[in-house]
Ligand binder design. Structure first.
Ligand code: DCT
Ligand code: MG
Length: 466
């Protein structure tokens, strides 16, 4: 050994055993020290055809203590040293560079079910604007453009940082030319003239007001608008207008149910439903779903799924709950829909359609005293608030599908179904998951099972605020 200050190690990967043996013999014959194992003694790691992004992770896995002080060099250093008959100084061109950290952002999927969207929206100014456009198209019955703007808003909601210029949005999916124009104008002027125009538009304002009434959809709102009606008072005063039962309740309790429901109120409603359900059977399970299960602190209603341990035994559960609430004088309104669920009629091709489970849309009288942290106000005329509550009672073997469907958000649900159909050849709805390739239904006990069948990473409910 002529050169004690140098101990080489030749990396076998990509070099191959025979070439490594040959190079080892060559170096040793010239008086170089070559170690067969990668140890702390090694001063020069020599590799051939190993790009840095492959070699470095491999080296780090070997757990060498002084890797930072070790020369990691290309075969050119070795050949130059052999030619010179002594170790040549290591220069910049010999080093195998450590790979640069990957600073490129991971690609954003066009499907909301492949994005994690928390309530922490960093682009609210933009998403609010895009949603006004979506809503306006919805009022005009233009489904395509409406969905386009909803998708664009949904993509921006998933971003973990705020965009600061239009260029930041480059490469994002679902952003059409119209969306980009709006975004650009907001960055340049602080607001979009198109959006401001809609917000100031009488028709938009009136339709927004009318559809805020329980039971009033865009069609009815439009009809009233065309008749020249502009306020809720005018509608109530117009004797020629026939309101259905739901709308009547909507007007009667408008003041209360147009206010958001709080978490504390949702909790109190949960106790009431639990008590009412226990009169049917002690084995009823009640699950809070909808916006509150996604971590929202306010909702327009409270959504619950009720199940019993045996499929089929949920028959009559909701009528019993409704009966109990009525007998306690807590029921202000109820619209009960019997189950039309028929396993033999699945899979349903109408994947946007409402599910077929037994369900009811209620307005409950929630006493202030039951709401945690809420002081009863003696100056108030009444000690209760009207609250909208939805209950659904699927057979327990359908529970996971029902839960996934009712957990929302609406945009997340749409994309789950679209993804299943277009990417997996499967049909998903609130009842089942059907694989068209094998003509089979895929069973699921939990939401995780459904994500796994779809080959999707599991997304927690609080990450579904698309
Ligand atoms: N849903 C859906 N498609 C719709 C409407 C609803 O998939 N067109 C699902 C997703 C949410 C769930 O039903 C409950 O509906 P809402 O109560 O309307 O929604 P939410 O997310 O609970 O919102 P909010 O907080 O306003 O109640
Ligand atoms: Mg809800």
């Amino acid at each position: 050994m002529k050169f004690e200050e140098v101990t080489m190690y030749l990396v076998e990967r990509r070099m191959g055993t025979s070439r490594r043996n040959f190079l080892t013999s060559l170096a040793r014959s010239k008086g170089f020290c070559v170690d067969d194992t990668l140890s702390a003694k090694v001063t020069h790691v020599v590799a051939e055809d190993n790009p840095g992004q492959e070699l470095w992770p491999w080296l780090q896995e070997q757990g060498l203590p002084h890797l930072d002080n070790t020369n990691v060099v290309d075969i050119t250093w070795f050949t130059e040293s052999m030619r010179a008959g002594r170790p040549v100084p290591v220069e910049a061109q010999h080093h195998i560079q450590t790979p640069l950290p990957d600073t490129s952002l991971p690609a954003v999927s066009q499907y909301a079910c492949q994005r994690r969207t928390t309530l922490d929206n960093h682009n609210k100014l933009l998403t609010d604007a895009l949603e006004v456009l979506a809503e306006n198209y919805e009022f005009n019955d233009s489904k395509g453009p409406c969905l386009g703007f909803r998708r664009a808003a949904s993509v921006l909601k998933s971003l973990t940082t705020a965009l600061s210029c239009l260029q930041d949005a480059e490469g994002l999916p679902c952003l059409g030319e119209e969306s980009k124009t709006v975004i650009e104008e907001i960055f340049e002027c602080g607001s979009s003239s198109r959006v401001e125009g809609i917000l100031a538009d009488e028709r938009y304002q009136t339709l927004k007001l009318f559809t805020s009434v329980f039971g009033v959809g865009p069609k009815t709102a439009e009809k009233w608008y065309r008749r020249g009606l502009r306020s809720l008072e005018q509608i109530c005063a117009d004797s020629s207008i026939h309101l259905n039962r739901m709308q009547e309740a909507g007007f009667l309790y408008y003041e209360d149910i147009s206010k958001p429901v709080t978490v504390a109120e949702a909790k109190a409603v949960g106790y009431i439903i639990e008590e009412a359900a226990s009169c049917f059977s002690s084995g009823v399970t009640i699950t809070l779903t909808g916006g509150f299960c996604r971590g929202k602190t306010f909702g327009h209603d409270v959504d619950f799924i009720l199940t019993v341990p045996e499929p089929g035994k949920e028959d009559g559960l909701l009528p019993a709950v409704i009966g109990r609430l009525r007998s306690q004088s807590l029921l202000l309104f109820s619209d009960f829909q019997e189950s039309t669920f028929d396993l033999s009629k699945l899979p349903s091709q109408r994947f946007e359609a409402m599910d077929h489970f037994e369900k009811c849309f209620l307005i409950l009288k929630l006493r202030t005293a039951l709401v945690e942290g809420k002081q009863t106000d003696p100056s108030r005329k009444r000690d209760w608030k009207a609250v909208r509550v939805d209950l659904v009672a699927p057979p327990v073997d359908r529970y996971a599908f029902c839960l996934l469907g009712w957990s929302g958000s609406t945009q997340f649900e749409r994309d789950l179904r679209r993804y299943a159909r277009l990417e997996r050849g499967m049909l998903l709805d609130n009842h089942a998951l059907y694989d068209k390739a094998t003509n089979t239904f895929l069973p699921a006990k939990t939401e995780e099972d459904i994500f796994a069948h779809l080959g999707l990473d599991y997304i927690e409910p609080w990450q579904r605020n698309a």
